[in-house]
Structures are given as structure tokens and as C-alpha cells.
Design a protein around this ligand. Structure first.
Ligand code: NDP
Length: 248
């Protein structure tokens, strides 16, 4: 394991696992975080990754809890090392037309996908500021850029991440910290495979490249943003969506 630490929330998930692998390959000690309290699941993941040649640490914290995030970050700083990279990748969907959406589905998505970014970023920021160095990478979504039928909650949260990214990037640009977001299109993970097959096929037919993205394609972008090659990039959003949504 390297001595620079990367913290990846949702690090055991479909995209998070590949981001963890990429950052590990790039020499970081990776702490992947989970909300799942079933120790066996984390252990299974650690063992599977080890078999594939990756050595990871796992920490548990609910990103919706400011207190839990603060305690977890402090624990990592004290026992593992300085957090150089934070990847905010934890996220959920609770889809439904607004007409039928109850408050709990709105709250769950906003608190996980948006408050979670505040809770984690605020927890690492003082440490990064004290070292005048850091990278914050927020995994947003194409649907935060363009909106999506049945996802008012998710689109609002993911669009909010862009606003957060642009504002914080300006606040910390002189402090050696960059803040960027990556907006995946449809990536073949459990989150997307849970969508009804007919709807999924229809979604793919709308993608100019006519296929879903791979988690590694998101991880490669994160790896780039985390590297020295991206020193001058901040406040940016990098779309990785097969042409599904284009803008400038
Ligand atoms: P997964 O469901 O595989 O991963 C999501 C992760 O979020 C899980 O590992 C889960 O952790 C974690 N998580 C959920 N709630 C909490 C919580 N309260 N506290 C801490 N962690 C939590 O989905 P993906 O890998 O597909 O998605 C990763 C990110 O990419 C998400 O932010 C998603 O919105 C975004 N994205 C995904 C796209 C896709 O097509 N797949 C497209 C665009 C964006 P655990 O289960 O370990 O507790």
C-alpha cells in the first residue's frame, strides 16, 4: 500500500470498486467506505479484491450522518494517514414520478447524494487545508445535467453536486485543492441493472455509442483527475456518457 490515502465513499459498489482499484494501482492506500453494517459483506469484498491483487481498508459510515463522517475521517487520518483524495461516490436512487413521490423518497435521495457530499467534504476539508493539498472528486450523473423522467429527486441532488463543486473549487483554488465532478451516463452496475429490462433497452437505444459504459471507464477518469496531470483542472465536470448528453 502507498502512503498517500484515498477515501472512496460507496467504495464497495459497482463504480466505487473500480475507482478503488484504479487509485490503488496508482499508488494510493485506499480506504473504501460502506454503509452496510454486515461485517461479512465487507470481509467478502476485501477477500475477493485481495484475490485480484488489491489490498484495501474498509471503514463504515452512513454518509447522511455528519457526525459519523467526521468520526470516520478523523479515524482514518489518525490511524491510516493523510487523506489526499476524497471521492464522493455513495449514492442511491428512489425513482418515481413527482406526483407519486412521497417525502421519504425525496429526503433519502437528497440526504445520501447531496448532504452526503457536504458531510464528507466538510470532514476532510480542514485536514486538506492544513496541508494545502487535496483532490475532491464528486460522482454526479448525466441526469443531474439534463434531468430525467421519474428522477426529480436524483436529478436535483446530482445537479446540486455540480453547484457545490463549482463553488467550493473557487473557495479552495488558492489552497492547493482541486474540486471536480464526473458525470457518468448509464453504467452497467446493480443500480442500473435494477431498472426494468424494457426501459433499459430503450435507454441504451438513446445512447449514440449504443452501449452502456463500464465502471472502469469512470475509474479511468477519476484516476486522471486525481493525478498530477490534472493539476490545472478545477471546478470542472467531466461527462463520461457515450454521447448521451453533449454540452460545452
Ligand atoms: P452501487 O449501488 O453499486 O453503489 C452505491 C454505493 O453507495 C454502495 O456501495 C453503497 O454502499 C453506498 N451508499 C448508499 N447509501 C449510503 C449511505 N447512506 N452511506 C454510505 N454509503 C452509502 O451504485 P453505482 O456504483 O452504480 O453508483 C455509484 C455512484 O455513481 C452513485 O453516486 C451513483 O448515483 C452514480 N452514478 C451511477 C450511474 C450508473 O449508471 N450506475 C450513472 C450515473 C451516476 P454499501 O452498499 O456498501 O453500504
Amino acid at each position: 500500500m502507498g502512503n498517500k490515502v484515498a477515501l472512496v465513499t460507496g467504495g464497495l459498489g459497482g463504480i466505487g470498486s473500480e475507482i478503488s482499484r484504479k487509485l490503488s494501482s496508482n499508488g494510493y492506500t485506499v480506504v473504501a467506505t460502506t454503509f452496510n453494517k454486515e461485517i461479512e459483506k465487507s470481509d467478502e469484498w476485501i477477500v475477493a479484491q485481495k484475490k485480484a491483487g488489491y489490498d484495501f481498508l474498509v471503514e463504515e459510515a452512513d454518509v447522511t450522518s455528519f457526525e459519523a463522517c467526521g468520526e470516520m475521517v478523523k479515524r482514518v487520518e489518525d490511524t491510516v494517514g493523510p487523506v489526499e483524495i476524497l471521492v464522493n461516490c455513495a449514492g442511491i436512487t428512489r425513482d418515481g414520478f413527482l406526483k407519486n413521490m412521497d417525502e421519504s423518497n425525496w429526503d433519502a435521495v437528497l440526504s445520501t447524494n447531496l448532504d452526503g457530499v457536504f458531510n464528507m467534504t466538510k470532514s476532510v476539508l480542514d485536514f486538506m487545508l492544513s496541508r494545502q493539498s487535496g483532490r475532491i472528486i464528486n460522482i454526479s450523473s448525466v441526469n443531474g445535467q439534463r434531468g430525467q423522467f421519474g428522477q426529480t429527486n436524483y436529478s436535483a441532488a446530482k445537479a446540486g453536486m455540480h453547484g457545490f463543486t463549482m463553488a467550493l473549487a473557487q473557495e479552495v483554488a488558492r489552497k492547493g485543492i482541486t474540486v471536480n465532478s464526473v458525470s457518468p451516463g448509464y453504467i452497467a452496475t446493480n443500480m442500473v441493472m435494477a431498472i426494468d429490462e424494457e426501459i433499459r433497452n430503450d435507454l441504451v437505444s438513446q445512447i449514440p455509442m449504443q452501449r452502456m459504459g463500464k465502471p472502469t471507464e469512470i475509474a479511468n477518469t477519476v484516476g486522471f483527475l486525481a493525478s498530477d496531470q490534472a493539476d490545472y483542472i478545477t471546478g470542472a465536470n467531466i461527462p463520461v456518457n457515450g454521447g448521451l448528453f453533449t454540452s460545452f
